[in-house]
Design a protein around this ligand. Structure first.
Ligand SMILES: CC(C)(COP(=O)(O)OP(=O)(O)OC[C@H]1O[C@@H](n2cnc3c(N)ncnc32)[C@H](O)[C@@H]1OP(=O)(O)O)[C@@H](O)C(=O)NCCC(=O)NCCS
Length: 187
């Protein structure tokens, strides 16, 4: 069972999720500060929820609806986060979503992971457009999208209700014609 192909970057290996990842995901994604800026991350993150979610990722991959990568460190293979590409094959586009465990923030890991997934999307999946959205208060996510070369496309005011608060949603995107590959994809 697979949820994604394997991709290598300088410091990371992005690979398919397995059920053995469930405990790490529950631990890292279960942190309040990780869940708080994700529209559909459960909190508290109870037993069995990660396994259920991994199963849903298998199904989405099988139906060509999404790729879900475990983001792991090259050095010790430790899982540090997750990245998803939701596919809309009819419109040849994909939506990027990601999280990194709090102990690993601000070391460039999300940028490195997002960059290779974007490259894979344009060069291997042959998509025409990739986009992403984040809560306006989540400046770190906006910075990641700027660093990978996405353009600001607009703000959907109070678009999402998260834990009883309406959140402004910032939308960023990139077309295949905007994309300059820096290096060939290593998989
Ligand atoms: C958003 C998130 C994925 C970023 O992961 P990360 O690995 O720390 O990201 P990177 O290190 O690649 O880049 C973060 C950038 O944001 C900057 N940053 C961090 N906090 C910031 C803040 N409060 N204001 C402005 N910039 C900030 C960092 O300095 C860095 O930019 P720099 O390289 O120019 O210095 C991570 O914070 C996270 O998982 N948050 C919870 C889940 C989430 O919000 N996911 C995204 C939903 S859209």
């Amino acid at each position: 069972m697979k949820t994604a192909p394997t991709l290598h970057t300088e410091r990371l290996i992005l690979r398919s999720l397995t059920l053995e990842d469930a405990a790490d995901i529950q631990h890292l994604a279960g942190e309040y500060d990780v869940a708080s800026t994700l529209s559909n991350m459960p909190h508290p993150y109870g037993d069995g929820m990660a396994e259920e979610w991994i199963h849903s990722c298998y199904n989405k991959y099988k139906k060509d609806k999404a790729l879900n990568f475990a983001v792991t460190l090259r050095t010790d293979r430790h899982l540090i986060g997750g990245i998803e590409l939701r596919l809309d094959r009819g419109n040849e586009n994909g939506e990027l979503g990601y999280w990194i465990g709090k102990p690993y923030w601000n070391r460039g890991y999300c940028t490195e992971a997002a960059r290779i997934v974007v490259a894979y999307s344009f060069e291997v999946l042959m998509l025409n457009r990739i986009y992403a959205q984040y809560f306006k208060r989540n400046a770190a996510s906006g910075r990641v999208l700027e660093k990978i070369g996405m353009c600001y496309e607009g703000c959907l005011r109070q678009h999402t209700k998260k834990w009883d608060n309406f959140e402004d949603l910032m939308r960023y995107g990139m077309l295949k014609t905007d994309f300059n590959s820096l290096a060939p994809i290593s998989s």
